[in-house]
Design a protein. Sequence first.
Length: 239
Amino acid sequence: MAKSKYEYVKKFERNDSLLPNTWLVIRVDGRGFHKFSDKHGFVKPNDQKALELMNKCAENVMNDFRDIVLAYGQSDEYSFVLKKECSLYDRRETKIVSTIVSLFTSNYVFNWNKYFPDKELLYPPSFDGRVVQYPDDNNLRDYLSWRQTDCHINNLYNTCFWALVHSGKTETEAENVLRGTVSSEKNELLYSQFNINYNKLPEMYRKGSVIIRQEVSNLKYHLYVISLGTLYTAHSRKD
Ligand code: DGT
Ligand code: MG
Ligand code: MG
């Protein structure tokens, strides 16, 4: 069949294939979730249900995309690790990132009511997405450590900040108390002033959530274990 005279426009499309034989990490992050969490009255600093909803979205994304071997989430973000030999969409960056982000987002809206039955979703949330390629296993491990350290630093600060605010300080006063303090001082502040042992707070708040794909002997099921504390275990049927 003769080509249409418009076919040439395809030549303007960019080849965005990702490098072969590299770990692909796709990170999705809530857009403007500072405002979103305020508008929807999320518990500060950690809303258990909001975090569980994020975990559910990630689990469903993992169920759909079998090349994802591990996912790590904290706050309003989730990182998905695709195996090195992944050939999904011929490793085209925009296809991979856009489908994972859109599936995550649609799951967030689709499952909202299950986690917040008494809360109306006031406006459509959105997430951004990016991909990073890591050739080396150590780089990948350091990436995950980086996100987990971010979780720890933010959570320790936020736990102190909201304890101070809930005790009657203004937000500016709380900021002033915490300015320049190191980890040990924040731990001490929580213990001495609020009788909070930081290390006893739920692991999901302090360290985030991990979902790993683990094949088990049962022929019918893949078993996914969400580790870092026994948060929950989910089964999904094999194809
Ligand atoms: P962005 O990502 O540049 O569009 O901007 P944001 O506002 O999403 O900022 P980001 O991603 O750096 O920080 C996440 C925000 O989400 C942060 O303000 C705290 C909020 N957030 C996440 N999880 C929770 C939660 O469980 N409870 C509450 N109260 N807030 C949360
Ligand atoms: Mg965000
Ligand atoms: Mg974020």
